[in-house]
Design a protein around this ligand. Sequence first.
Ligand code: OGA
Ligand code: MN
Length: 286
Amino acid sequence: MTITIQIPVKPLDNPLAAEVVGLDLNMDLDDQTIADLHKAWMAYPVLVVRGQQDLTMERHLEYSRRFGDLQRHTVKEILHPEFPEILVLSNRGRGGAQPINNGGAYWHSDITYEDVPPMGSILHGLITPPEGGDTLYADMTAAYDALDDATKAKLEGLKAIHTYRTRYEAMMNAGVRPVKTEEELSQWTEVIHPIARTHPETGKKAIFVNEGFTSRVEGMSDNESRDLLEHLFEHSTQDQFVYRHKWQQGDVVMWDNRCTMHRATDYDLSQERSMHRTTVRGTRPV
Ligand code: OGA
Ligand code: MN
């Protein structure tokens, strides 16, 4: 049976985010509901659905596929062995994946180090610690809009280089990621994306560089590049652009990777924190 619902959307404490109320993602949602949800998602790049404790992996995958094809992360150790389109972000290695303690503890947008980065990610909080372990989201459209005209003009046509290799090697050397051979590491080449990206659906411009994976600005000296990137990171993560999600068990948070960044925050590692993420394919940034 498929159901139609009118979806009430409740804005949260930053205009970036809203909660969708009264939805059960285990149900077969009809096309109109998915179209409404898609519309809400484009209006609120961070969309929260609470109370999904009973969402199964199969239904999480099915729901995610309504928004596009899914992609697998290239680090196979953190994929669910049975459902490899699910990335397991768990400090206990739930379901047989490699445990990770510090996933995404730096500002980033998912997988910008690929030529075609994902449009969105859909994260299901299975077990969340009693305190801490919040996720912060930054509104890169609002951050772009707030730049002065000279900076906007300067970014026009500028491109930046993104790579996973530097980040992965640092995590590997810190002992928090599986050891990879030189051949495996060399799969993560450098890719180039515009710094001011135009959202393919809303047409709005957003800053598209991140601390996690952006290594430098193309065609600039090291110093100039570092200064510009540091300025953009600092500017975009100011309080007025940030929504803090405090997890409750069963929350599903879906975010648009094309116009947001996010980062995990600390928590007591003796507490379990386990999440499942699906990742929806995107288009080449322009
Ligand atoms: C992610 C991620 C942050 C968190 O799932 O992509 O970066 O708080 N998560 O778990
Ligand atoms: Mn992430």
